[in-house]
Design a binder for this molecule. Structure first.
Ligand code: UD1
Ligand code: CA
Length: 457
C-alpha cells in the first residue's frame, strides 16, 4: 500500500513587492485567494494532511487555510526555517512530504503527482520539480550529475559555472517523511543571504548517503507571484486554463480571450458565450443557454435553454429558470425569474420573484429600496407588466394579471385583474394649432427681451 502524502504550504514570506495591506497569498486569482488555488491543487492528491506555514498574526491567512491547520514561523528566516515550523504538525507522518509555496498557484496536481511517484520509484530522500528557465537569474540552480541531483545553489551563492546552468528549482520539493526532521534540522544559515535555505536539504541528504532527484516540468507552471505585474500574468494563465477546460467540456466561446471566468464557474453542455462576458464567483449555467456579448453575471444560477443579454447584468442571489429571457440593459439583483419568463429590455428587477411565463415590459422597475430597507416584489405566473411601470415594493401581482403601461403600482393586484396606475389622458380636439401659436409668440417675446438686454450693455 502506498504511504499517505502530507503537504506543507509555505506562506510566511513578507510579500513586500506587492505593496499591499492584503497579505500576498490572499490576493485573488479567478476570484479565489491565491493560496486557495494551491490548496485545491494539493487537495486533489488526497493527502492525509495539509499544513500551512504563516507569519505571526496572519489570522486572515489562517482562515484561508481552514479547516487545515497552520503553524507559525516566528521570524522570516528562510524557506528551510519555514518548513521546520511545520514539523510539529507532521508528527507521526512517515510518507512523502510535499513542500510547496503559497505564492506559486499555477503548479498542477499532475506535476505534484509526478514528483511523488518519481521519488517513490527512485527511492529518493529528496526530489524537486525543475524547469529550464528562459531567464534563470532569479532561481536556484539544480546541479545534476549522473542523473542525480547533487545540490541546489541559490543565485546569490552561485559561481560563474553554476550561474551558467539554466535548469532551475521550482521550489516544489518532496521529502521522505521519515527523514524530514533530521534533514531540516541540519540546515544552517551559512550563505550570502544568512537564511535557512530549504534547498540545502539536497546536499544534507546526499552527505548522509541518501539519493536526491530532479523531475523536469514546464516553466509556465512555476511562475511565482511577487508583484502585481506577475499577479496579472498568472491571472491570464489561469483564465486560459479555465476557458480551455470549459470549451473541452462542451462550451462554445466566440472570442475566448475576452471571456473572464471564476475558478468555480460551472457550465452545462452546449452553452454558447459571446464576446466580453464576465462571470463573477458562484455562477452555474445550464445546458443550451446562450449568453450574448457584454454580460456581467455573478452569484447566480441560470437554468437550461435561457437567453441572456447582450448587455445583461445578473447580480448575486438571482436564479433564472429554464428558457427565461433576460435582454439588453436588464439588471437582476436577488431576483428569481420563473421558467420561460421574459424581461427583454431596460429593466431593474431587484428583490423580485417573477412567476413562470410572465412578461416584464421595457422600462419596468421593481422599486425595492425606500432609503432604509429592501422590499420584495412578488409577481405570479403569466402576468403581463406593461412598459415603463414601477412596482413599488412590497407589492404582489397575482397570476394572470395585467398591469397597464406606465403604471405606478403601490397596491397589490389580484389574480386576473387589470391595474391602471396612471393619470387618465386628456385629449383636446383641434387645439394643436392654437397651442403652437401660443408657444411661438412666447418664444418671440423671450428673444426680443434678450436682444434688448444685450444692446444695453
Ligand atoms: C526559492 C528557492 C529557489 C527557487 C525559487 C522558485 C530557496 C532557498 N530558494 O527562492 O531555489 O528557485 O524559490 O521560485 O528555497 N517563505 C516563508 N518564510 C520565509 C521565507 C519564505 O514562508 O522565511 C515562503 C514565501 O512566503 C514563499 C516561499 O517561501 O511562498 C518562497 O520564498 P521566496 O523568498 O520567494 O524564495 P526565493 O528566494 O524566490
Ligand atoms: Ca520567490
Amino acid at each position: 500500500m502506498k504511504s499517505p502524502i502530507a503537504v506543507v504550504v509555505l506562506a510566511a514570506g513578507a510579500g513586500t513587492r506587492m505593496k499591499s495591506a492584503l497579505p500576498k497569498v490572499l490576493h485573488p486569482l479567478a476570484n479565489l485567494p491565491m493560496v486557495a488555488h494551491v490548496l485545491a491543487n494539493a487537495a486533489a492528491l488526497k493527502p492525509s494532511r495539509i499544513v500551512g506555514v504563516i507569519a505571526p498574526g496572519a489570522t486572515r491567512v489562517a482562515e484561508a487555510f481552514a479547516p487545515h491547520p497552520t503553524a507559525v514561523q516566528d521570524r522570516p528566516l528562510g524557506t528551510g526555517h519555514a518548513a521546520r515550523a511545520a514539523l510539529g504538525a507532521l508528527k507521526g507522518h512517515d510518507g512523502p512530504v510535499l513542500v510547496v509555496f503559497g505564492d506559486a498557484p499555477l503548479v498542477t496536481t499532475e506535476s505534484l503527482r509526478k514528483l511523488v511517484a518519481a521519488c517513490g520509484k527512485a527511492r529518493a530522500a529528496v526530489g524537486v520539480l525543475g524547469f529550464t528557465a528562459r531567464d534563470p537569474s532569479p532561481y536556484g540552480r539544480l546541479i545534476v550529475e549522473g542523473g542525480e541531483l547533487v545540490r541546489i545553489v541559490e543565485s546569490k551563492d552561485a559561481d560563474a559555472a553554476e550561474r551558467a546552468v539554466d535548469f532551475c528549482n521550482s521550489g516544489v520539493m518532496c521529502i521522505d517523511g521519515r527523514l524530514i526532521a533530521k534533514l531540516l534540522g541540519a540546515i544552517r544559515d551559512d550563505n550570502v543571504k544568512r537564511e535557512f535555505y530549504l534547498t540545502d536539504a539536497v546536499r544534507i541528504a546526499r552527505a548522509a548517503g541518501h539519493k536526491a532527484i530532479a523531475v523536469a516540468g514546464a516553466e509556465a507552471e512555476f511562475q511565482g507571484i511577487n508583484s502585481r505585474v506577475e499577479l496579472a500574468v498568472a491571472e491570464q494563465a489561469l483564465q486560459q486554463r479555465l476557458r480551455h477546460a470549459a470549451m473541452l467540456g462542451g462550451v462554445t466561446m466566440t472570442d475566448p480571450g475576452t471571456v473572464w471566468l471564476s475558478a468555480d464557474t460551472k457550465f452545462g453542455t452546449d452553452v454558447t458565450i459571446g464576446p466580453n462576458v464576465r462571470f463573477g464567483p458562484g455562477v452555474t449555467v445550464g445546458a443550451n443557454t446562450v449568453i450574448k456579448a457584454f454580460c456581467d453575471i455573478e452569484g447566480a444560477r441560470i437554468g437550461k435553454g435561457a437567453i441572456i443579454g447582450p448587455f445583461a447584468r445578473i447580480r448575486p442571489g438571482s436564479d433564472v429558470a429554464d428558457e427565461a429571457h433576460i435582454g439588453n440593459f436588464v439588471e437582476l439583483k436577488a431576483t428569481r425569474m420563473g421558467r420561460g419568463a421574459k424581461a427583454n429590455h431596460l429593466a431593474y428587477l431587484g428583490d423580485a420573484d417573477i412567476g413562470r411565463g410572465s412578461n416584464i415590459g421595457a422600462g419596468t422597475i421593481a422599486v425595492n429600496y425606500d432609503g432604509y430597507g429592501k422590499h420584495r416584489t412578488i409577481i405570479g405566473p403569466d402576468v403581463f407588466i406593461g412598459s415603463n411601470s414601477s412596482l413599488v415594493a412590497p407589492v404582489k401581482v397575482g397570476r394572470g394579471a395585467n398591469v397597464t403601461a406606465g403604471s405606478v403600482v403601490t397596491e397589490d393586484v389580484p389574480a386576473d385583474a387589470v391595474a391602471f396606475g396612471r393619470a387618465r389622458q386628456v385629449t383636446k380636439k383641434g387645439r394643436a394649432a392654437a397651442l403652437r401659436a401660443k408657444l411661438r409668440d412666447r418664444a418671440a417675446v423671450a428673444r426680443k427681451a434678450a436682444a434688448e438686454r444685450s444692446s444695453k450693455k
